[in-house]
Write a protein that binds this ligand. Structure first.
Ligand code: B12
Length: 215
């Protein structure tokens, strides 16, 4: 794997040995104050994906995969930027996982959007029907859906049906593993767009709303 000069292997081995302190120190040594998303895509995500593959091949215990996810949540939390104070005339955004317990991707997208100045309603891991009600009540213009389990990705289809039936005009942008594995799945489930990561999600919102959110 080309690690682009990042200490991915060191971070991965700290995670596999459940060495929380070493994992935090590796990221702290690379953190410059404004490169959180670069460290997430350059070190944290590749290490987690490699650990996920090892688990799938039976090479490590579930507890190692589970703890690696938990340690990464803490590490990510410690470097994510604050909410931006520049929040004039920004569209109302919702974010949900439709019952998925893989919360790290949602956490990162949510934080990136907040840091970019968006107003976010975080519906966490709510069921489809409840998400639709909240989207309607909160006047959400774009709903971001993060699912890592394929079965839950199909929940977007159900959501779209409810939106159409109830006349809810919110756009739906999806992301997460199933949409990365199958690049046409977003169309199949009736979403309006997909994005590969948090950074791309901002361009998708702007494309769909036909705006560039200048302050
Ligand atoms: C870590 C992990 C876990 C951790 C979760 C820790 C946590 N609190 O989140 C634990 C161990 C708990 C776990 C549990 C399970 N997992 Co798991 N897990 C993973 C793994 C290895 C990495 C996920 C991750 O956190 N990546 C790092 C984050 C940062 O990346 P991300 O979520 O993809 O998010 C980025 C982008 O996708 C994007 N994005 C994400 N969401 C959104 C949303 C929008 C709108 C946009 C625009 C962008 C966007 O932006 C993010 C950052 O830039 C994946 C493998 C993979 N390839 O994804 C499997 C994976 C998702 N898990 C899987 C499975 C099967 C399970 C379990 C059923 C069994 C198991 N392995 O233990 C359980 C079920 C949990 C449940 N009921 O929800 C499968 C799902 C397969 C499928 N067909 O559905 C995967 C794909 C592994 C595999 N290859 O088989 N898992």
């Amino acid at each position: 794997m080309d690690t682009g000069g990042f200490p991915v292997y060191e971070f991965e081995s700290a995670l596999l040995s459940l060495n929380r302190v070493a994992a935090k120190n590796i990221i702290a040594a690379e953190f410059t104050g404004d490169n959180a998303f670069g460290l997430i895509s350059g070190i944290i995500s590749p290490a987690l994906e490699s650990i996920g593959d090892m688990w799938a091949k039976g090479e490590i215990a579930l507890s190692q995969e589970y703890m690696a996810g938990k340690i990464c949540e803490e590490v990510v939390e410690s470097i994510l930027p604050e909410r931006s104070p520049a929040r004039k005339n920004m569209p109302v955004i919702g974010i949900a996982t439709l019952g998925d317990e893989h919360l790290l991707g949602k956490r990162i997208v949510c934080s990136f959007l907040k840091a970019s100045g968006f107003n976010i309603h975080d519906y966490a891991s709510m069921e489809v029907e409840e998400v639709a009600t909240r989207v309607k009540d909160d006047g959400v213009e774009v709903l971001m859906v993060s699912t890592l389990m394929l079965n839950l990705a199909y929940g977007v289809k159900k959501l779209r049906t409810i939106f159409d039936k109830e006349g809810i005009s919110a756009k739906i942008i999806v992301g997460g593993a199933p949409f990365l594995f199958d690049r046409d799945l977003w169309k199949e489930v009736g979403a309006d767009a997909m994005a590969v990561d948090a950074m791309e999600s901002v361009s998708r919102i702007n494309d769909l709303l036909g705006c560039h959110n200048e302050q």
